[in-house]
Write a new protein. Sequence first.
Length: 516
Amino acid sequence: MRINRGICGKLQGGFLRRWWAAVAAGALLIIFAGVLAALFPNIMELIINREVSIREGSRSYGWWKAPPIVPRMNIYIYNVTNADEFLNNGDKPIVDELGPYVYLQKWDKTNITFNDNGTVSYNVRKRFVFSEELSSGLSEDDLVIVPNVPMLSATSQSRHAARFLRLAMASIMDILKIKPFVEVSIGQLLWGYDDPLLKLAKDVVPKEQKLPYDQFGLLYGKNGTHPDMYTVFTGTSDITKYGMMDRWNGKDSFQHWTTDQCDNILGGDGSIFPPHISKQTVLKVFDKDLCRTLPLVFKEEVATAGDVPGYRFVPPKDVFASADRISAQECYCPSGPPCAPEGTFNVSKCQYDSPVLLSFPHFYLADPALREAVVGISPPDAEKHQFFIDVQPLMGTTLRARARVQINLAVSQVRDIKQVASFPDIIFPIMWFEDGVDGLPEEVTSLLKMAVDVPPIARAGLAGAMAAAGIIVLVGALFCLARAAKRQEKLHLSNPLPPGMTKQGNINPGFQGPTK
Ligand SMILES: *[C@@H]1O[C@H](CO)[C@@H](O)[C@H](O)[C@H]1NC(C)=O
Ligand SMILES: *[C@@H]1O[C@H](CO)[C@@H](O)[C@H](O)[C@H]1NC(C)=O
Ligand SMILES: *[C@@H]1O[C@H](CO)[C@@H](O)[C@H](O)[C@H]1NC(C)=O
Ligand SMILES: *[C@@H]1O[C@H](CO)[C@@H](O)[C@H](O)[C@H]1NC(C)=O
Ligand SMILES: *[C@@H]1O[C@H](CO)[C@@H](O)[C@H](O)[C@H]1NC(C)=O
């Protein structure tokens, strides 16, 4: 009672002279708390949009420029163990999957130029270093026997050419002693070896049709700064395009496919996506080796390193469906039927017309007949062979990824060229790789975790504290108001007390009246 009287007295006597002011303040605080709770997600969205966008000096800029990760490329080569029996007796090819040959990478962006229209241009530099330790004793010097890709590309392409050209080709290959299978080291197969046919082509073919190099390698030219110029949206003007490709070497489309939609380059590089991803979002990854963007759809919620929850996105099941089955795929088959078989994607348009078909490793999601055409490839397993990206949905950051692709050569039988006369029509698997990131560094994951965990707590805490303060002020003020009203009532009801008397009827010692 005494405390109450004290507070009420203070409220009455202090700057909040009127009870109503206190009531209004309390009510306002409660309303503010409600508004804050309601607007908090929008406020966070603004903060996130500002934080993620690519701006010089922002915290994420450094991570974007030189990602603080060590991507790892695992490479598996299909070593052909019965090349002679295959060619001479018509046996099914037997392959032995070797690997993983592991390369650790360092990625960064060079020559970064910010443009006026909310885009940034740059070149990509990737460095690959072989890790003997992680390759469990395998060596880049291991010798393997694989199809002679430049030769079989040339012969397969010649099947529609004039017959005399094919015969001429056969005699040139005779002189140069070119065989349908080559024995090369892993290092050569990946990073390049001198190929007599490419060298010849470079010397004799007219300049405009020339291949840009005289070496052949599956990853040729990928170690170092790539001349491709990327222009991507920074997200400062339109966050929904954050990290998406605007121009690629100055072009705004691939210029390979028959519809604008299939030809569109608008996709991310796989490391960042526009923030605020939902389970319905379709992520698009720009992949220049695939010559298209790869759509990814939500599969499941996953936990990633550092306990950051993520969404797993994978390519839809029919992403490489054949045009015969799904007509929407016809845009990827510009020269008309026959189109690439189920589960493969024809990239010859952007591989100098080499008959290269990409698929997922072990022909995952492809026609099983393709895998059964060779001996030695185990049935595909989503766990090991599925392409996936785990993203943090709020920020759009990739937490973990496995870009898994298999390279196959679509060989056509050409009877006029005697070296390959017995090489049947076949889709020959050459190798597959997985380019992966396992986790982001601690500094990034802890920040991401904070971005996920803190806002709900902050929202509840801030709004809760504000509402609680409002309620206390409101209730206190109402209580005092009630008391004051009651006293006022009493004062009015009873006759005015003589001075010196409180309403309780006690005699105030200071006003006892004269005693003398
Ligand atoms: C690849 O296969 C060939 C032929 O069977 C064999 O001689 C060679 O040792 C194999 N390479 C490796 C690295 O196992
Ligand atoms: C840097 O970019 C400019 C265009 O903005 C280009 O002309 C130049 O060749 C690039 N330099 C390197 C080293 O890639
Ligand atoms: C933005 O500017 C760059 C460089 O000037 C240009 O290449 C690109 O096409 C522009 N993009 C848009 C969407 O205007
Ligand atoms: C890639 O280039 C770097 C030098 O820039 C070199 O040290 C490294 O060995 C190269 N990697 C391969 C696989 O050739
Ligand atoms: C791949 O595409 C090229 C060019 O469009 C075409 O000539 C070739 O026949 C196609 N190959 C397959 C196996 O569909």
